[in-house]
Design a protein around this ligand. Sequence first.
Ligand SMILES: [Zn+2]
Length: 54
Amino acid sequence: MVVCPECEEGLTLPADPRKGEILDCAGCSSELEVLAVGPVLVALAPEVEEDWGE
Ligand SMILES: [Zn+2]
């Protein structure tokens, strides 16, 4: 069972999760990046602020 690191909601993983895939938490709408598979490890994806940079 993989849980959201933000809200500890259980995550529904795709049948074939891939490293680098972004999942949306159903509990808190956080974006979670798959860091590893077998076992699956997820972490909050870095927020992309479109205003940043330059
Ligand atoms: Zn969550």
